[in-house]
Design a protein around this ligand. Structure first.
Ligand code: AMP
Ligand code: ZN
Length: 465
């Protein structure tokens, strides 16, 4: 088995060889919790989720860390605007983030460190950079990384260090820098801003150092995979590499994975332009969480994802097809010999699915293989060529694949008390051809959110979305 991943640093697809055999350590730049995350943000988080799920499905142990940026300019700005503490703002939006993650069926990362709880680790890194001459302090108590001390700077972003950042707007509080290209590690205290008393002086961390400190705290000085959207390649990830490698003298990250943007109306979804939709916005339009998840993972992560009504519609009908198949398989009863071509069908599907995902998480052919299987199983259900045990085998197979996709209906859902009785009563009414009672019971179930379909194998139920 070889899994190939596209590494931005190499500019090529490379075989994944974990630094520690059998164990893959992954860090994903997480949300800045100053407002609700939009579905563009969730595209980048779900791509990391797909990666983690697939590596686990392939039998690898994965340690996944995703940080929460709970102190930065945007969090501070909102806290000042609302007259609330940064803790109150970040707590509110972190809770919302966790609830959106759950709604979208995201695997919870093993660790979700918060920046404000890792100030000592950041101070430690900055102290080492100061000692080694890679950093310097300015009069206002800020500390900057000295780019001229780090010749490799620019490799990830393929930038020429000489030309970098010239012309970039220099923030008012950054005028003390020796060189316009240098970036902040630590920001000196300012009235109205949170500040920590530390051995490098009072102030607060800059954004980039947060990710270096939190990733290395949980994954060590060198780890396997770092993920984020392509907008983070420069300067964020480039700066993370410089700070981390200049401190430890070791390679920071073995594979850099970046996902392309989710676009709406041909434009990057971004808070700054205002063309955003949140998870709540989309669900309130009647889209199911699983359809939204499928829409967000269904394009290859390095391709722009064009998001809108069409893609949601396509995902919703795909989910309906999957749900209908799962319900049909669960209800299927035929006493006949096993279908001897079923094992080959399932194995072929598994092979196509894995071959696609091994190839840099190429999701489109992987999904195509699953939806082709759905068509084929429907044919066999209609032709009554499967046995009851075959139908159960097919369910188990789809559940196995769904460890990666996370789009199948919840397994073995049990009904709340009273609902099963209504279903049983209705089945009895139909058996005695009491159609009036059957219709009345159908409506009673609908009112409780359960939809009924009558099939050759009896009545089937599913939850209304
Ligand atoms: P932020 O909360 O702005 O730091 O962004 C969190 C993550 O979302 C980062 O990995 C960004 O690269 C990513 N991101 C932001 N906008 C988009 C978008 N439109 N499409 C895909 N990823 C995005
Ligand atoms: Zn980061």
């Amino acid at each position: 088995m070889t899994i190939q991943l596209h590494d931005t640093m190499a500019g090529a697809t490379r075989e994944l060889v974990p630094l520690e055999p059998g164990h893959v350590r992954i860090y994903s730049c997480g949300p800045t919790v100053y407002g609700p995350a939009h579905v563009g943000n969730f595209r980048s988080f779900l791509f990391a989720d797909l990666l983690v799920r697939y590596l686990r499905y392939r039998g690898l142990r994965v340690t996944w860390v995703m940080n929460v940026t709970d102190v930065d300019d945007k969090v501070i700005k909102r806290s000042l605007a609302e007259g609330a503490s940064i803790g109150e703002i970040s707590e509110r939006f972190q809770q919302l983030f966790l609830s959106d993650m759950t709604t979208l069926g995201m695997t919870l990362p093993d660790v979700m460190p918060k920046a404000t709880e890792h100030i000592p680790q950041m101070v430690d890194l900055i102290s080492k950079l100061l000692e080694a001459g890679h950093a310097y302090a300015t009069k206002d108590g800020s500390i900057f990384f000295r780019i001229s001390s780090w010749p490799q700077y620019g490799r990830l972003a393929r930038l020429d260090p000489a030309g970098m950042r010239v012309g970039e707007r220099v923030e008012a509080d950054e005028y003390g820098k020796d060189d316009v290209r240098d970036f902040a590690l630590w920001k000196g205290p300012k009235p109205g801003e949170p500040s920590w008393e530390t051995s490098i002086g009072p102030g607060r961390p800059a954004w980039h150092i947060e990710c270096s400190a939190m990733s290395m705290a949980y994954l060590g000085p060198s780890f396997d995979i770092h993920t984020g959207g392509i907008d983070l390649i420069f300067p964020h990830h480039q700066d993370e590499i410089a700070q981390s490698e200049a401190t430890t003298g070791q390679m920071f990250v073995a594979y850099w994975l970046h996902c392309a943007f989710l676009q709406m109306n041909g434009q990057k979804m971004a808070k700054s332009t205002g063309n955003i939709s949140t998870v709540a916005d989309i669900l309130s339009d009647g889209v199911s969480p699983r359809a939204l998840r499928l829409a967000l993972i269904s394009a290859h992560y390095r391709m722009p994802l064009s998001f809108g009504e069409d893609s949601l519609q396509a995902a919703s009908s795909a989910i309906d097809r999957l749900d209908a198949l799962m319900a049909a398989l669960a209800a299927y009863r035929t006493e006949c010999p096993s279908d001897d071509s079923l094992p080959a069908l399932l194995n072929g599907t598994r092979e196509a699915f894995e071959t696609a995902l091994d190839d840099d998480l190429n999701i489109s052919p992987a999904l195509a293989a699953i939806f082709e299987l759905i068509r084929e199983l429907n044919r066999r259900i209609d032709g009554r060529t499967l046995s009851t045990a075959d139908a159960q085998r097919a369910i188990a197979f789809i559940r196995g694949i769904d460890q990666v996709l996370g789009i199948a209906p919840v397994a073995d859902e049990t009904l709340e008390s009273g609902l099963q009785e209504l279903l049983d009563e209705r089945a009895a009414a139909r058996a005695s051809m009491d159609w009036a009672a059957s219709d009345r019971l159908r409506m009673a179930l609908v009112e409780r959110g359960v939809l009924i379909e009558d099939t050759r194998d009896g009545q089937r139920w599913r939850r209304a979305d």
